[in-house]
Structures are given as C-alpha cells and as structure tokens.
Design a protein around this ligand. Structure first.
Ligand code: FAD
Ligand code: NAP
Length: 507
C-alpha cells in the first residue's frame, strides 16, 4: 500500500537506531503468556508473536509495506503462519530487533499433519508399503509427539579412499536431478540440502578434517541416489565423517527451515537499459547450486546496520538463439537483471557495490514447476517491466525442451521504448524461431511508436491470448507489479481460462 511520506524502510531503520524505547518496557525482556499477548490487539497497542518471540509492532504500523490492516490480522496472536504465508523471507529479527518484548511463556509444538508424517516415513523407510504407511502414519499421528529433529535413522552412508570422501544419500526419488541438491561447505561445516517436493532433507556436519574447495555431485536419476564427493586436504584416514550439527539428518517442510545464505562475489555489472543492470555473481567454489526455472533467490545486505532482504529472479547472460546451453552459462555464476530505483533502498545499495565485493544469496524458492509447461502446446508470457526476468529461463526451457509446444508468445508491457529489456535479442529470437512471437505494449510512448499502446486489459488479452487450436493445452505465465499480476489473473479468469492454465509469479 502507498505509505505516508517519511515511512519508508530507511525511515524505519533510522527510527530503530534513534534510541527511542520501542517496546515501552525500557529494554526489559519479559515472558509473555497467551492471555497477556491477547490483550495487546489494538492499533495503538499491538503485540505479535513470531516463532515464539513477541514484538510490539505498534510503532511499525505506519511503516508496514502491506498496510496496517494486514498487520492487524495477527494482532495479539501468534502470527507465524500468516507471516510465513506472506513473506517468510523478510528478516524480521533484524528489522524488529528494537521491538522485541520477550519470549512466549509456553511455546506449543504443533504436530505435523498426517500427510507430512507419510512423506517423512516414506523418505526414511521407503520399503514400507502404501497400505502399511496409512496405518503407521495414523498410529504415529495419534500416539507420538514426533519430533522431526530426533529422527536418527540414517539415510546416508559414507566411505573413503586415500584422497576422497564419498557421501551417498538414498533419496528413492525418481526424478532426482542436480537442481534438487544444494551443497555448501565453509570452514569444514558441510551443509547438503536435498529437495523433495515441498520438503527437504538436510545433512549438516562439522567435518572431521579439512577438504579442498571443489566438490562434486553425482546423481543416479532413476534411483535417486545422490553422491557427494569431497577431496581430502590431507591424506589421513577419517574415523568419523564429523560432528552432527543441529539440523543434521532431518527431513521437514522447506518452509520450516530458515533461509540459508552464502556470500557471492560480484564479478561484473553491465547496463541493459538506462536504469536496469545485469549483475553477475560468482558462487563460492565450495557451493553447488542451480536455480531452477521460474524460481527466485533472496539477496541480503546490511543497510545502515539492519539486514535487508529482497527477492530477485536469476536470468541467463543472454537469450540463446540456438537453444543449447550457452557455454558461458556455467553453473558457477548467477545472473540477475535488476532495475535500480532512484529512491530504492536495496537497489541503490546494490548499485554501489564494486566489482569484487560480496553479497549474500539464498537458496532458491518459488512455486513454479517445469511440469506445468511440459505438456503445453501454447505458452503465453505476460510480463511488465522486470517481470520479464522469470520469462528468460522459461523461454529457454520451453523452446529447448518442450517438444509439444506450437506457439510461444511474449506480451511485454513497458512505459517507453527505452524501458524494453533485451528488445534486440527478443526480436532476433522471433526471427530465428518461428514458434516464438513478441509483442511490445507501451503505456507512455514518447517517440513515434507504431506499435501497440495501452495497459493490461480484458480486450487486449482477448486479442493476444488465443489458443492456436480450439482444444490446445495452454499455459499463461504472468509477472509484473502486484496489481498488474492480480488484474491479469482476473481478466484471464473472466476470459474463461482455468486456474491450472494460469501461473502468476509472486513472492
Ligand atoms: P524500495 O526502497 O522498496 O522502493 C523505493 C521505490 O522504488 C518505491 O517507492 C517505488 O517507486 C519503487 N519500487 C520499489 N519496488 C517496486 C516494485 N516492486 N514495483 C514497482 N516499483 C517499485 N526486481 C528486479 O529488478 N529484478 C528481478 O529479477 C526481481 N525479481 C523479483 C522476484 C520476486 C519474487 C519479487 C517479489 C520481486 C522481484 N523484484 C525484482 C523486485 C525486488 O524484489 C525489489 O522490490 C526491487 O528491487 C525494489 O527494491 P528497493 O529496495 O530498491 O526499492
Ligand atoms: P514498471 O516500469 O513500473 O511498469 C512496467 C509496465 O507495467 C508499465 O507499462 C506500467 O505502466 C505497467 N504497470 C505498472 N503497474 C501497473 C498496474 N498496477 N496495472 C497495470 N499496469 C501496470 O515496472 P517495474 O518498475 O519494472 O516493476 C516490475 C515489477 O515486477 C516489480 O513490482 C517487481 O517486484 C515485479 N517482479 C516480480 C517478480 C516475481 O517473480 N514475482 C519478478 C520480477 C519482477 P504505467 O507505469 O505507465 O502505469
């Protein structure tokens, strides 16, 4: 929502550093009962619990980008679920540090739902039949307060040669691939996360001995076996793999894990348009990370002493015309196309980074699944401004790997001609690949513009989004400013497209 002048994130940061007593408790931390929490449920006196910690958000009301009403939905209650649904990535610990009232007196442990048990049991005991699974999981749900963190069944093995340590994880997942394995190692702390749908398995150990930076990951896709190969620094025999860390050998919902960041080096920064740049970040050598098509990462910077986090969607270094993985698109780099806003808190700080500086990059997130496009015959991409970014990898994937696709159409909304991202490349692609078509629509053309002018509307969509055949399988992806995306989704619904046929990209 539009915030009053003087209520930006930077203004909030300044206020929190001003020394003002934000909680009304003069720095004292208290234990808060549920009854006490419930009493603070008004705009002028509002406490909210997030993950067991209680914050007095009264002074934050006017600064909340989602508006006061959104914040009030959690007033006097445990707002963790609501927070996770809307913006789990926001670094509230840092932003609301000065508003901390204390801890909840009793933190109830919610038992995971039955479906979650089934997934967990299946992951750890894949030999259990579906029938037994139902009775076991029912039994467990009823009988046991099952703490995921105490699961001790080992789903990995490890062995060594003189020079190598190999860790083998048996996921039993049929379509396991490199995008589902995220690996980091810093100062002997090895963290391997394996994504299984909405869940993740974590291997987290303080290794017994040092290893070299380059690690390898081998995947037997059909059986879902993942091998992590580490090179020993010294030729010594390891007695154990290492000391297990807090979340070692756990399998839980991805949304229940905190975001994990690693520091990446800025290696280049290139102009795309007058206000948009292509940033190239180099992952550490000891990181294995591939950002899947349609997913985004979070960047974290410390701005005026506060950790600020914003989402960005990796692109390719350029639009490939021959649809083979371009040679410079190696997995060591992440490319981000970012618009620098003249009054933007995060993008201004980003723009001030020098080549060689470091910035924290999270694991990927996002709800888009490649399978959504794999059976499509017509693909429509509706993008506004930097809402173009998820379309880049999507275009590459669709034109390279989806054999049943007949048409791919990008409808790209911008203010002026100068704002169009990668216009040349898009036009070249349209010439080169007859399945691809691009339509630029400008809302505020300044020079003579012979193309289409306007904003997203029902009539415009009915003109441009049409099935190539009466019964074509269609997927429409839409991304841009929130209200652009929301309006687009509504117009498409009104035009008769089903929910499965429309994918909005959101945070
Ligand atoms: P702020 O300080 O938050 O805002 C300052 C001013 O900038 C605002 O008053 C407004 O005029 C303008 N502004 C800021 N944010 C927006 C916005 N979202 N829409 C319109 N105007 C705005 N951006 C990219 O450039 N590239 C990406 O790949 C990208 N991927 C994203 C992926 C997701 C899932 C989401 C939710 C957003 C993505 N964004 C992307 C937007 C990005 O996260 C930030 O919102 C943006 O960079 C502005 O941050 P800021 O702190 O500089 O601006
Ligand atoms: P912009 O330049 O402000 O707008 C691009 C075009 O969209 C302009 O023609 C603009 O028209 C139009 N537009 C803007 N708001 C609109 C609205 N509410 N309804 C209809 N048309 C609208 O865009 P930008 O600054 O690049 O911002 C891109 C947005 O995409 C950001 O909000 C960013 O957060 C979002 N994004 C999201 C993701 C994701 O995955 N969720 C990824 C990347 C970017 P006028 O300005 O002339 O009205």
């Amino acid at each position: 929502v539009p915030l009053k002048p003087g209520r930006s994130l930077m203004d909030w940061i300044r206020l929190t550093k001003s020394g003002r007593d934000m909680t009304g408790l003069k720095g004292r931390l208290v234990e808060v009962t549920e009854d006490e929490l419930a009493k603070h449920n008004k705009k002028e006196d509002c406490w909210i619990c997030i993950r067991g910690f209680v914050y007095n958000v009264t002074p934050y009301m006017e600064y909340h980008p989602g508006g006061e009403d959104e914040l009030m939905k959690a007033a006097g209650t445990d707002g963790t679920d609501l927070f996770d649904q809307v913006h789990r990535w926001v670094n509230y610990e840092s932003m609301l540090k000065e508003c901390l009232v204390g801890r909840m007196a009793v933190k109830p442990i919610a038992a995971p739902k039955e479906g979650a048990y089934r997934k967990i049991i299946f992951f750890f005991f894949p030999w259990v039949s579906a029938k037994d699974l139902v009775s076991i999981s029912k039994h467990w749900v009823g009988q046991i307060q099952f703490q995921l963190s105490v699961v001790t069944t080992q789903v990995y093995d490890w062995f060594q040669t003189d020079s190598l340590i190999t860790i083998v994880i048996y996921t039993k997942q049929k379509d396991m691939n490199a995008e589902f394995v995220i690996l980091d190692c810093e100062d002997k702390r090895l963290r391997g996360e394996i994504i299984v749908d909405d869940y993740s398995y974590l291997l987290e150990v303080d290794l017994e001995h040092a290893i070299q930076e380059d690690m390898a990951v081998n995947i037997a896709e059909k059986v879902g076996k993942v091998e992590i190969i580490l090179k020993k620094k010294d030729n010594v025999r390891w007695k154990v793999l290492g000391q297990p860390l807090e979340n070692h050998n756990t399998f839980m919902k991805r949304t229940d894990r905190g975001l994990f960041y690693r520091k990446c080096k800025l290696v280049s920064k290139m102009e795309v348009t007058h206000n948009t740049k292509l940033f190239c970040l180099l992952l550490p050598e000891s990181t294995h990370l591939r950002v899947p098509t349609g997913q985004h990462v979070y960047l974290k910077q410390i701005i005026a002493g506060t950790e600020v986090v914003k989402p960005y969607t990796p692109v390719l270094p350029f639009l490939p015309l021959d649809f083979k993985e371009p040679s410079c698109h190696d997995s060591a780099h992440i490319y981000l196309m970012i618009k620098i806003y003249s009054c933007g808190l995060f993008t201004q700080a980003l723009d001030h980074l020098q080549i060689g500086d470091y910035i924290s990059v999270s694991n990927p997130e996002g709800s888009f699944k490649k399978s959504q496009v794999q059976t499509s015959e017509d693909l429509f991409l509706l993008a506004a401004g930097t809402g173009f970014t998820p379309m880049v990898k999507l275009l590459n994937f669709a034109l390279t790997e989806v054999s049943c696709l007949r048409t791919v159409k990008l409808i790209f909304f911008n203010r002026t001609e100068d704002d169009i991202l990668w216009r040349n490349q898009l036009e070249q692609l349209a010439l080169k690949d007859e399945r691809f078509e691009v339509q630029f629509i400008l809302s505020q053309p300044i020079r003579d513009w012979v193309g289409k002018q306007g904003m997203i509307s029902s009539s415009l969509l009915s003109e441009f989004v049409k099935r190539s055949r009466k019964d074509s399988k269609v997927l429409i992806c839409i991304c841009g400013p929130t209200s652009f995306t929301e309006q687009g989704v509504q117009y498409l619904k009104d035009l008769g497209y089903s929910q499965e046929e429309v994918h909005p990209f959101t945070a």
